[in-house]
Ligand binder design. Structure first.
Ligand code: NAI
Length: 305
């Protein structure tokens, strides 16, 4: 099956460098009209320049594609709204949003300034929220939308020095889970991408021979499967160095302890049953967990009438 984006309009945030640039170039090559968003700041989010975004636009146009640049700071909703308004004025629709913009402010939690925690949350979480909010009604009216959040193994599993980044990256998974439920009836599909790539974000933590294996294009190949017509929904796709995997959240079936026996001691006694992965399942929504627990409780009540 070949994947093309002819007639589609895509916004890629943080597309002036690294992964966003690679996603944008490939989308354009496959027919999408692309908004190259980039604030143009340093890796820690300081400063700003339109040069990087403009250079990507020039590359796309030189290759025969269509693109415009916009320097919105994704953490600023007014600027994001302006970007979406300009996109609508130029091309009349928004089919794809790749929330990719990001920064790092790494420090162990003991040394971390709360301002650095907030800034990272603001760019990754509120940046994704602002951009999604600005296109949501458009996608609902079109009855079509594909949204990709950029998460990270640091959020899903932890990484020393990245409490702020990890919290933010896990938050976008939670954001996706509910958007999937709310977007379903309008064919809006939302997925997460967990990349590993050699970019300026990782340049000083990996030796050059490793960086050579971690080309952004390998991640982009995965990213584009999350935003085409037949995209999945609620997938967390991990991609890097040619490896592709999926992270999924499973819950054990658990145990039931009757009301008159519930205590920390009885819960502890049941630990093996609570942790038994034999009947674990992926739950389609938060309500499914309540249903599971109530079914167990009702079964007990019926049996003991
Ligand atoms: P990068 O630093 O090369 O690119 C990020 C881009 O986002 C930059 O061009 C920057 O100017 C832009 N940006 C930053 N703050 C912005 C804001 N407020 N508004 C608009 N644009 C802004 O980094 P890279 O590696 O390409 O990262 C892309 C995404 O992938 C980020 O969300 C990052 O957290 C995520 N990621 C990257 C990994 C990697 O191995 N490179 C690993 C896991 C996640």
């Amino acid at each position: 099956m070949s994947i093309d984006f002819n007639g589609r309009v895509a916004i890629v945030t943080g597309a002036g460098n690294g992964l966003g640039r690679s996603h944008a170039l490939e989308l354009a090559k496959r027919g999408a009209k692309v908004v190259i968003n980039d604030l143009g700041g340093a890796r820690d989010g300081s400063g700003g320049s339109s040069e990087a975004a403009k250079a990507v636009v020039a590359d796309i146009i030189a290759a025969g594609g269509e693109a415009i640049a916009h320097g919105a700071n994704v953490a600023n909703f007014d600027e994001v709204q302006d970007m979406v308004a300009q996109t609508m004025e130029k091309w009349g629709r928004v089919d794809i949003l790749i929330n990719n913009a990001g920064i790092l402010r790494d420090k162990s939690f003991a040394k971390m300034d709360l301002a650095d925690f907030r800034l990272v949350m603001d760019v990754h979480v509120m940046g994704s929220v602002n951009c999604t909010k600005a296109v949501w009604d458009i996608m609902r009216e079109q009855n079509y939308g594909r949204i990709v959040m950029t998460t990270s193994s640091s959020g899903m599993y932890g990484n020393f020095g990245q409490t702020n980044y990890g919290a933010a990256k896990m938050a976008v998974i939670g954001f996706m889970n509910t958007l999937v439920l709310e977007g379903q009836k309008n064919d809006i599909r939302v997925n997460c991408l967990a990349p590993t790539a050699a970019t300026r974000m990782t340049e000083d933590i990996m030796p050059p021979e490793i960086c050579a294996m971690l080309q952004p294009e390998a991640v982009t190949a995965g990213a584009l499967t999350l935003c085409h017509d037949d995209a999945p929904n609620r997938m967390i796709l991990c991609a890097g160095a040619g490896g592709y995997a999926s992270t999924r959240l499973f819950e054990t079936d658990g145990v039931f302890i009757p009301q008159d026996q519930q205590s920390p001691e009885t819960v502890l006694e049941q630990w093996d049953g609570i942790c038994d992965i034999g009947n674990q399942a992926e739950l389609a929504s938060g309500m499914k967990q309540s249903e599971k627990f109530l079914t167990k409780a009702m079964t007990y009540v019926q049996a003991n009438k």
